[in-house]
Design a binder for this molecule. Structure first.
Ligand code: KG4
Length: 340
């Protein structure tokens, strides 16, 4: 009997549903929420309302595109957290309702585990390279920045993490400060390609171990831009690309210094990245370049699996399902990682 997992993701501002059969992706449907754009960030209440509107058509489309009927589903994997509570509540409640309706078990998934396991999603006709255990995952998103040692699909050790802001927030703040819109990462990434990364220098934190900090560099960008604008009001407009390129380089240097240290100290050379910021072309190039230099085997998720998507929730759910784990119908979503 094939094992068919329906995955449901609603932790932030993307409503997504996906179907996998024995680890192979059959469908992955995503509805993004444009409603937040004009506010320069995600508004939680608007996000949960949009999830409520999107969830039924998104799940139904995922099932149709997969070419299956609901009674063929083996289990329903859903994101229990971390994320926005109201948003998580929509996905969790829907998963529970469907579980009762079709009499199939629920499997809860930690959203971050989804990012960490995204490289295990197999696709028909693709190369489907997969990392060997143990591997290191640089998990970089709007809410997290961590170096995780992955010992097996369900066994992790967080070697280091941010003590303040996530790297995605630094990208978003940079864009906001420069009036480039939200989310900031993709636009900073695009402008950085046209700029000189060596033109401006930003101060970097000096933290021991593998922990990160991004609040200082964010503030240093703010003061730098403010001081320059005082001298020349058009400074930002004229130097947008160079500012983005230099700021992005500084963020990548911070991320890479600790990753290289962790790889050296642990002797692990299987390296993966995950999370929204892993879509960044500068970071992807740099990981591959360091990989060639240092003899790493690197795994970069396809772009569609970098930001929030239900395919990664389905694959992580499949690992839990095969481990015999089932989630009770009275489960509640959790907003913070520490509550898991
Ligand atoms: O993983 P994700 O979708 O959401 C969380 O779970 O947090 O990540 C969103 C973050 C945002 O901060 C966004 O600016 C960033 O990922 N991002 C990027 C790029 N694409 C998305 N950052 C840098 N370069 C990109 N190309």
């Amino acid at each position: 009997m094939p094992e068919i997992i329906l995955g449901i993701e609603s932790s932030c501002d993307d409503t997504s549903a996906a179907v996998i059969r024995d680890g192979y992706l059959l469908s992955n449907v995503l509805a993004s929420q444009d409603v937040h754009k004009s506010y320069g960030g995600v508004i939680p209440e608007l996000a949960s309302r949009a999830h409520q509107i999107n969830i039924v058509p998104v799940v139904s489309e995922a099932i149709t595109r997969a070419g299956i009927t609901p009674d063929q589903i083996t289990a329903i994997a859903f994101t229990r957290g971390p994320g926005l509570l109201g948003s998580l509540l929509v996905g969790t409640s829907f998963a529970k309702g469907l579980s009762l309706a079709i009499d199939r078990p629920l499997v809860e998934v930690n959203h971050l585990q989804g990012h960490i396991l995204a490289n295990f999603i197999k696709q028909e006709g693709a190369e489907n390279r997969q990392p060997e255990f143990p591997y290191l995952c640089l998990l970089v998103s709007g809410g997290n920045s961590q170096i995780v040692r992955v010992n097996s699909p369900l066994e992790y050790e967080i070697l280091g993490q941010t003590i303040d802001d996530a790297v995605g927030e630094a990208f978003d703040k940079c864009a906001k400060m420069m009036g480039l819109g939200y989310p900031g990462g993709p636009v900073v990434d695009r402008l950085a390609k046209e700029g000189d990364p060596l033109r401006f220098k930003f101060s970097k934190p000096h933290l021991p171990g593998y922990d990160y900090s991004f609040s200082g560099i964010k503030t240093s960008l703010l003061y730098f831009v403010r001081d320059q604008i005082a001298l020349d009001p058009d400074f930002m407009e004229k130097n947008k690309a160079d500012i983005c390129a230099s700021f992005q380089k500084a963020l990548i240097d911070i991320l890479m210094d600790k990753l290289i240290k962790a790889a050296k100290d642990t002797g692990i050379r299987q390296i993966t990245i995950g999370g929204g910021v892993s879509a960044n072309s500068g970071l992807r190039n740099r990981i591959e370049e360091e990989g060639r230099r240092r003899g790493w085997t690197t795994f970069l998720p396809e772009f569609k699996f970098t930001t929030d998507n239900a395919a990664m929730i389905a694959i992580a759910g499949w690992f839990h399902f095969r481990n015999g784990e089932r989630t009770s119908i009275d489960v509640a979503p959790v907003s913070r990682l520490a509550e898991f």
